[in-house]
Design a protein around this ligand. Structure first.
Ligand code: ADP
Length: 483
C-alpha cells in the first residue's frame, strides 16, 4: 500500500509530546510490512534533529495562502524504511519553536498549517507518489481530508486516495475566524455547519472529522468518552456521534527499541523481569544522586514526567506531595503552565531532601525517572491514550492513574483482597487530592510486601504494549478505508 503520513511532529526529528512518539513509531512499523511504502511529511522547522545528511529535491513548488503565493522546498532523508520529507518555507517554519513561544501561540499558526497541509498534497505530485491513503494527525493536518473532498475533488492524481484522521487530543482543535477559511482557499458555498462552519469560524479538526473517510482516536475508551461526555468532547461530541460508523479507537503502543530497560544506555545497569530486584535499585540511587535527593533506596520514590497542563491533574498532586513528602520522595520532570511550574519549584525548595523538580524537556532524565522510580503518578483529568504509563510499566515502575481514557485500557488495577494475578498498577478511585493520596497510600502499604509488589512489577514489565498489535489494527483500518 502507498501510505503518506502527515503530521506536525515525529520522534526523533521534532517533538513536543506523545504525538511525535506515535507518528515516528507507527511510520516505522508500517514501513516494515511487506508491500507498504511509507512517506512521512513534516514541516522543516529550524531545529529538526538528526538530519545532517538531508538531501534536497531539485526545484521548488508554490502554494497559495490567502492572497499570497508561497514558495516551498522539499528535503528528504531515508530513515530506516521510511522516506521522510521536510516541507520547507522560511517564513513559516524557520523559527525557534514548533507552535508557540513563552508569550503564546504563533499568531499565524492557521497560515502555517494551511501551507503545510496543501504542501503535503502538492508534494505528493512533486515527487510523483500517488498515495492510497493519507494518514493525518490532529488539527494541524485536519484540512488535508477537506482539500481532498473539495479543491482536489476532480484532480485525477488523487482519484484513488483516501484519508484517515487520527485525533490524539480533541481539546486542541485549531479554531480560527472566517478569514482563515478564506485564506485556505475553500469555496464560500461550503461555509455551512455540516461542512466547515464552526461557531462562525473554521475548526481545522472539525473539518478533518467531517471530510475524512475514516476517523479514529487513540484508545477505545476515549473514543466512547468523546462521543458521550460534553466535558470530554469539547464541542465535537455530536459530530463524532454522527460519524460513529466511521469512528474507531486504536490504542497506541510504545517503541520498545527506545524504551527498553535491558538495553537502555542511560541506565547504570540494565534489567529485565528476572533481574529488576537487583538492578532497579541501582537506577534509583543514580536518580536520587542526579536530582540531589537523599540517597535512600528503601524510601519509596514517585516519578512524574509530564506536560504541566490542566489535563494532567498535576495541580491536585501538589497537595498530595504536601501530605506525603515525609514518607515518600517525588521527582517531577515537566514544563508548561508557568504558575504550576512556580508551585513545583517552591515545593522542591521547601522539601529539598524529598522533592525534586526539573522544568525542561529532558529525554535522558525521563529515562532515568522511568527506571529509578517505584511508582509513576498520572492523575489525568482525561487521557486520550497516554504513553507514560506504558513506558513506566515497561520499566517496572507501577503506574498510579485516573480511571479515564487510555489509562483504563492499558493498566490493570490492583484490588485488595483479590489474587491480582494480572495487576500492573493502581487506579485513583476518586478524582481529588484526597483520592490521589488514598491511591498512593494503597500502593505504599503494599510496598514492604515484596512478594506481592514484585509480582505486580513483573506483570507490568511483561505486559505487551509494543506496536505489533496496534500497527496491525491500523493496517486493517487502512485496508478498510481504501476498499
Ligand atoms: P501527552 O502526549 O499528552 O503529553 P503522553 O503520555 O501520551 O502525554 O506522552 C508524553 C511523552 O512525552 C512521553 O514520551 C513522555 O516521556 C514525554 N515527556 C513529557 N514531558 C517530558 C519532559 N519534560 N521531558 C522529557 N520527556 C517528556
Amino acid at each position: 500500500m502507498n501510505i503518506v503520513m502527515a503530521a506536525s511532529e515525529a520522534f526523533p526529528f521534532c517533538k513536543t509530546g506523545g504525538l511525535a512518539d506515535v507518528v515516528g513509531a507507527l511510520s516505522q512499523q508500517l514501513a516494515g510490512r511487506k508491500s507498504n511504502t511509507v512517506l512521512l511529511f513534516l514541516p522543516h522547522y529550524r531545529n529538526v534533529r538528526r538530519v545532517s545528511s538531508l538531501k534536497v529535491v531539485p526545484g521548488v513548488y508554490y502554494i497559495p495562502v490567502g492572497g499570497k503565493i508561497e514558495q516551498v522546498t522539499l528535503s528528504y532523508i531515508n530513515w530506516g524504511k521510511v522516506l521522510v520529507f521536510f516541507v520547507g518555507n522560511r517564513k513559516y517554519f524557520d523559527r525557534p519553536e514548533l507552535y508557540r513561544t513563552k508569550s503564546g501561540e504563533y499568531v499565524d499558526n492557521d497560515e502555517r498549517f494551511i501551507l503545510f497541509s496543501r504542501a503535503v498534497l502538492e508534494g505528493c505530485k512533486f515527487v510523483g507518489f500517488r498515495p492510497d491513503i493519507i494518514h493525518c494527525h490532529d488539527w494541524q493536518t485536519g484540512l488535508i481530508p477537506a482539500y481532498l473532498k473539495t479543491v482536489y475533488k476532480l484532480d485525477a492524481f488523487f482519484t484513488r486516495t483516501r484519508s484517515l484522521l487520527t485525533i490524539h487530543n480533541i481539546a486542541y482543535q485549531g479554531h480560527y475566524s472566517y478569514d482563515s477559511f478564506e485564506k485556505a482557499g475553500f469555496h464560500p458555498v461550503d461555509f455551512v455547519p455540516n461542512k466547515f462552519e464552526y461557531y462562525g469560524g473554521i475548526s481545522f479538526l472539525k473539518s478533518g472529522i467531517v471530510f475524512a473517510d475514516n476517523v479514529n482516536t487513540v484508545s477505545p475508551t476515549y473514543a466512547k468518552e468523546v462521543q458521550s461526555d460534553p466535558a470530554l468532547g469539547f464541542g465535537l461530541e455530536g459530530l463524532l456521534k454522527y460519524r460513529r460508523k466511521n469512528f474507531y479507537g486504536i490504542v497506541n503502543g510504545i517503541d520498545t527499541e527506545v524504551w527498553d530497560p535491558e538495553m537502555d544506555p542511560l541506565l547504570p545497569m540494565g534489567y529485565d523481569a528476572a533481574t529488576f530486584s537487583k538492578n532497579k535499585p541501582i537506577a534509583k540511587q543514580q536518580l536520587q544522586r542526579e536530582v540531589d535527593l537523599e540517597e535512600n533506596t528503601d524510601k519509596p520514590l514517585v516519578g512524574i514526567v509530564s506536560r504541566l497542563e490542566y489535563q494532567k491533574g498535576l495541580d491536585l498532586a501538589l497537595g498530595v506531595i504536601e501530605k506525603l513528602h515525609n514518607k515518600v520522595q517525588f521527582v517531577v520532570l515537566g514544563c508548561g503552565d508557568p504558575s504550576l511550574e512556580k508551585q513545583y519549584r517552591t515545593l522542591a525548595k521547601k522539601y529539598p531532601q524529598n522533592v525534586a523538580y526539573v522544568s525542561k524537556l529532558d529525554e535522558d532524565l525521563a529515562h532515568q525517572i522511568y527506571a529509578g522510580a517505584d511508582l509513576f503518578l498520572m492523575p489525568s483529568r482525561y487521557e486520550p491514550c497516554g504513553l507514560s504509563q506504558m513506558i513506566s510499566m515497561k520499566y517496572g515502575t507501577l503506574p498510579v492513574v485516573s480511571k479515564v481514557g487510555g489509562l483504563l485500557d492499558t493498566v490493570i488495577g490492583y484490588k485488595a483482597g483479590s489474587d491480582n494475578a494480572a495487576a500492573t498498577g493502581f487506579f485513583i478511585d476518586k478524582f481529588s487530592t484526597a483520592g490521589i493520596t488514598a491511591a498512593l497510600e494503597t500502593a505504599l502499604s503494599l510496598y514492604p510486601n515484596k512478594k506481592v509488589w514484585n509480582k505486580l512489577v513483573k506483570n507490568a514489565m511483561l505486559k505487551d504494549n509494543s506496536w505489533d498489535k496496534s500497527a496491525q489494527d491500523y493496517f486493517e483500518l487502512y485496508t478498510k478505508t481504501v476498499a
